[in-house]
Design a protein around this ligand. Structure first.
Ligand code: GTP
Ligand code: MG
Length: 302
């Protein structure tokens, strides 16, 4: 007889969309739940631009998370596109996890998101993130306010960065999943190719190591990603696209120092992911006003 252990009634599996305003800590939470970094993070809003899938395996459940771009009122073609990505992730999931930042309320984005949620039929869990930054009394009044605003299935205060209350949050979401055999193989962490994550890691370093408008004018494409059969070296050629010649100069920096820093930091992070040495070659190109050009957006993966 077949072994049906994981395929019977006592197993749950399903999709959870993580949504919220920019910068609330959605990607930090995903990485914390996975115990691995697959989604890039930074202090600056609008870091995430695609749907990022991460799979959490528990003894009686499998939770498939979709990290999404921060939802905000968007104007540029790129931003309209990324908000669309976030909203469309809401469509086919079993549970919605809304996250807010208790230390930095964003009433405008929260109101915008609230309107969208009213149309949702799925159960919604609220994670109040960054509790490490506020006093307990403040937190209690925030919980009180939010509990009056919507019929959440659960409200869980967490610290994504410290990992506080993450199990409680997972328990709350697990309880809402449908009974189902696992939808992904046992060890699967994500379904995104390493090539894509490598490009994201390069983009993260640009977000972290440059200022002003540069991060928002940057896209990264990976031209080649090849693994040598012997020696286990991974060779990557990638291009950093910017919108103006002056931005190219800022990315490269004096005597190439900034580009070197971006390359070194990205390489170390990619090495951790692939578990072998990496050779990373970066190019910088100007593609005028790409973030306003829908054709270019598609070419760059948005
Ligand atoms: N103090 C504190 N900082 C946090 C916590 N969670 C995330 N952060 C920080 O908040 C910033 C934003 O985190 P991200 O995970 O990139 O936020 P995000 O919601 O994915 O942002 P977008 O992708 O831009 O929408 C980073 O600097 C994180 O280190 C937390 O629990 N406590
Ligand atoms: Mg993010």
């Amino acid at each position: 007889m077949l072994n049906m252990k994981n395929e019977t009634k006592d197993f749950k599996s399903g999709f959870v969309a993580i949504v919220g305003a920019p910068n609330v800590g959605k990607s930090t939470l995903l990485n914390q739940m996975l115990g691995e970094k697959i989604s890039i993070t930074s202090k600056k809003p609008q870091t995430t631009r695609n749907r990022i899938i991460g799979i959490v395996h528990r003894p009686h459940s499998q939770l498939i998370f979709i990290d999404t771009p921060g939802i905000h009122r968007a104007e540029r073609a790129l931003n309209i596109r990324i908000v669309d990505v976030a909203l469309s992730a809401l469509r086919d999931v079993d549970v919605v996890l809304v996250m807010i930042d208790v230390a930095n309320p964003d009433p405008d984005s929260e109101a915008f998101l609230g309107k969208k949620l009213k149309k949702q039929k799925q159960p919604v869990v609220l994670a109040l993130n960054k509790i490490d930054l506020v006093a307990k009394r403040t937190l209690l009044s925030i919980i009180d306010n939010w509990s009056k605003s919507y019929a959440f299935e659960a409200i869980i205060p967490v610290s994504a960065i410290l990992g506080d209350q993450i199990d409680e949050l997972l328990d709350a979401m697990e309880a809402l999943l449908p009974e189902s055999p696992p939808l992904y193989p046992d060890q699967a962490l994500t379904d995104m190719p390493e090539r894509f994550i490598a490009g994201e890691m390069i983009r993260e370093k640009v977000f972290r190591l440059t200022g002003q408008e540069i991060p928002y004018s940057t896209a990264v494409t990976v031209e080649s990603f090849s693994e040598e059969k012997r020696g286990g070296l991974v060779k990557i050629h990638a291009t950093i696209h910017v919108e103006r010649a002056s931005q190219k100069g800022m990315i490269i920096g004096k005597h190439g120092t900034r580009l070197k820093m971006i390359g070194t930091e990205a390489r170390k992070e990619i090495e951790r992911m692939v578990g072998t040495k990496v050779y990373l070659k970066l190019f910088v190109r100007v593609h005028k006003n790409w973030s306003k050009d829908t054709k270019a957006l598609r070419r760059f993966g948005y």
